[in-house]
Design a protein around this ligand. Structure first.
Ligand SMILES: [Zn+2]
Length: 160
């Protein structure tokens, strides 16, 4: 499992086509992405090449054509993308982000109930430590008074 796949937004468009279809030729991928993004066959081929080098796609030759399949499952890739996003913010700020996502997400009653179950089953921690690098988060500023403090302020962690 690669922690740093870094699939770009453009590459993600290609991955979505192959995830949806199970297997696609570059012509099939181009047909969809020409419609959605106005991309040419050569743009799509470039993206396919990058994804092959990253080990995200594999090619198989079927009667003189390459057929592409994914080497990654969509849910796992989504999970990695979300976790990569979460490394960009302070752990203390994630609950606010979740609240924002929940507020703006349309959902049916079953989804609502699922989320309520998750929250009901969640045991609150006594506190959430700031895990940011000093100078990249206001938590440290407030805690130590300066971003130049050589020893990052450590909260008493893992007391939950
Ligand atoms: Zn922080």
């Amino acid at each position: 499992m690669n922690e740093n796949l870094n699939i770009s937004d453009a590459e993600w468009e290609v991955m979505r086509v192959v995830w949806a279809s199970g297997k696609s030729t570059s012509q099939e991928i181009t047909a969809i992405l020409a419609g959605k993004r106005g991309w040419s066959a050569s743009t799509v081929k470039t993206l396919i090449g990058r994804l092959m080098r990253k080990g995200c796609l594999r090619a198989q030759k079927v009667s003189r054509r390459f057929v592409y399949t994914t080497c990654l499952e969509e849910p796992e890739s989504l999970r990695q993308a979300v976790e990569s996003l979460l490394t960009r913010i302070c752990s203390k700020k994630i609950p606010n982000l979740l609240a924002y996502l929940i507020e703006k997400t349309p959902m049916i009653a079953e989804d609502h109930e699922m989320l309520m179950d998750v929250l009901r089953g969640k045991r609150p921690a006594a506190q959430v430590p700031c895990d940011c690098y000093p100078g990249q988060c206001t938590c440290h500023l407030h805690a130590e008074g300066t971003i130049l403090s050589p020893h990052p302020h450590k909260e008493k962690s893992h007391e939950n």
